[in-house]
Structure formats: C-alpha cells, structure tokens
Design a protein around this ligand. Structure first.
Ligand SMILES: Nc1ncnc2c1ncn2[C@@H]1O[C@H](COP(=O)(O)OP(=O)(O)OP(=O)(O)O)[C@@H](O)[C@H]1O
Ligand SMILES: [Mg+2]
Length: 295
C-alpha cells in the first residue's frame, strides 16, 4: 500500500488575510506508524483532515496506490479511520451502543457490526465497561472508545490526531502498544506533542514547521543528526540563570549538588558539560526552540 501526498497546499482565506497552513507538501507513506511532530499551528490537523478526506486541499493531489483519492471517493473513505483532535461523543450512549451506532453510519451490516464491536471493545480493553455510559468514562477510556470507533471499519489508513493528550503515563503506554499492535498492515498517522509517544513505535517521524515538511526520517536517523549536540551539566543556581539566558535548555532536575541540565548546543556550552545520548525530546527542542535559543 502506498499513499502519496503530491504538492499539497492549504490556504485558509479570511476576510482580510490569508493563512497558508500547508505549503506544497510532498510525502509518501507505506504500512507502519508515522509520527507527526510540530508546534501549535504547524499544520498537523490540517494535513490529517486532508488525508482523512474531510477537507480538500487548495492545491495538490493525494494518490492511493497511484489513484487520485478524489476519483476513488467513497471507495477511499471506506479505507479510512479517523480520530479527530477534538471528538464529541454521545455522552448518554453506552460504549457498546455508541459503537453500534457508528458501525451503522459506516454501513456495516448488523451481523458484521456485532462481531466488529465485540472485537474492537476487546482490542481497546473496554469489554467489561461496554454497558457504561461514555459520558462517565475517564479521559483515557474516552480516547480508547475514540480509537475503537475509528477502527470499526477495519481501516487500512488510520489517522489519529493527538490521541494521547491528557492521558496519564500508564494510559499512554497502553495506547502506544495498541497502535503498535494494529499497525502491522496499516498506515497509521499519529500527531503528538509528546515525543515519547512515538520514539519507540514510529517507523518515521515527520517534522512540520509552519506548514512545511522539514524532516521525515526514522527516529534513529533523526537522533543521530543531533548526536553531538546534547550535553549534560550540573551547576548551582546562579549559574543556572546565566546558562538559561543564552542556551536551549531541556530538562532541568534538582539534585543534591544543584541542578542537572540538558543543553542543546552545537559547541560545548560549559567547561564541565559532557555529551549525552540525544532523545526525541531534545530533537523537538532543537527544531522548535530556535527563536529563543542560540542556534
Ligand atoms: N478552519 C480554519 N480557518 C482558518 N484558519 C485555520 C483553520 N484551520 C486551521 N487554521 C490555521 O492553520 C494553521 C494550522 O493549523 P492546524 O490546526 O493544522 O495546526 P496544528 O499543527 O494541528 O496545531 P495544534 O498543535 O495546535 O493542534 C494555523 O495557523 C491555524 O490557525
Ligand atoms: Mg492540531
């Protein structure tokens, strides 16, 4: 399976201004998980909505296995599962009833629906809660029922927009493993601000900035790109303030000897700094903290 994004732009026209949310994107996806990283407003949701075919691009074309999705129309939509960034669920429906309702909307037969609803409830770990009203679900459970609805039609392309926002760490791990499990024969597109969400499961990470693609590489490859640029350093409070002024600083943790910092810097930022292994969090800072930092 191959999904090709060819020269896709999206311009939002308002009365007095224009906003170019996506700027001539060219991308290719095959099966596996793709993580989409980008600051607020970088175009993640816009890209996902266009791929989910709930929004049309201003220019450009999307091809599935070489065929324009505009001409595939509902044939294409039948292959899509989409979990929007903000989902409204029917609060008074039980988990089971909600899924049956959505299955009907997606055109599944009653018999297929029954089987599929049971299967997806099991997959997302909500079998036991099937009779509970979704309005009373926790944030994590709501996210899981959201992914369940997106999976009902057994989509070949699953698009999940910030699915882990607001989840506790345990729920996030659960969610991640779930996505990893279902990605074997699908294209999974996942946007997030939480880089640890994709560090282990993404085949490739895409970095969007102001509607442009600035990177699309495997996590390892991306990390090796900054491998010489991440430093660790322990300092006392006065020095911390000085360093904060002129550097891109990641984690700061208080330890007995003072403060331990991670610094993203081309050159050794301090005589006592030692190089450390980069992680995706560092990478995020590297790309999205340029304005404030020294790079
Ligand atoms: N319907 C719309 N009308 C006008 N402008 C829009 C619309 N949707 C998005 N935009 C603008 O397009 C740009 C990209 O927005 P988008 O929602 O795709 O970003 P995002 O990367 O998903 O951000 P976030 O991380 O906050 O979810 C932003 O500047 C946004 O204000
Ligand atoms: Mg968004």
């Amino acid at each position: 399976m191959n999904l090709t994004i060819d020269g896709v732009s999206k311009v939002f026209k308002e009365r007095h201004s224009e906003k170019k949310a996506l700027d001539k994107l060219n991308l290719e996806f095959s099966t596996g998980v793709y993580g989409i990283l980008g600051a607020n407003g970088s175009g993640k949701t816009t890209l996902m909505r266009i791929i989910a075919s709930v929004m049309k691009p201003t220019e450009g074309t999307i091809y599935l296995n070489g065929r324009d999705i505009a001409s595939l129309n509902h044939e294409y939509r039948a292959l899509i599962g989409y979990l929007p960034q903000h989902v409204g669920l029917y609060k008074n429906f039980s988990a089971e009833k909600l899924l049956h309702y959505i299955a009907a909307l997606k055109g599944l037969s009653k018999v297929d629906a029954k089987e599929k609803v049971d299967e997806t409830l099991e997959l997302v770990g909500l079998s036991r809660e099937r009779k509970q009203k979704v309005g009373k679900f926790s944030g994590g459970m709501k996210r899981r029922i959201g992914i369940a609805q997106a999976l009902l039609n057994d989509p070949k392309i699953l698009i999940v927009d910030e699915p882990t926002a607001g989840l506790d760490p345990k729920e996030r791990i659960r969610f991640r493993n779930l996505l990893s499990k279902i990605s074997a024969n699908r294209i999974v597109l996942l946007s997030t601000h939480i880089v640890s969400d994709i560090e282990f499961i993404a085949k490739e990470v895409l970095i969007l900035k102001e509607g442009k693609l600035i990177k699309k590489e495997s996590p390892n490859h991306l990390l090796s790109g900054i491998s010489q640029k991440v430093w660790s350093l322990t300092v006392e409070e006065e020095e911390l303030e000085k360093l904060q002024a002129g550097n891109r600083i990641g984690n700061i943790s208080r330890i007995q000897e003072g403060f331990q910092l991670r610094i993203i810097s081309e050159d050794k930022p301090h005589p006592d700094a030692v190089r450390v292994e980069p992680n995706l969090e560092d990478l995020y800072l590297y790309y999205f903290d340029e304005e404030e930092g020294t790079g």
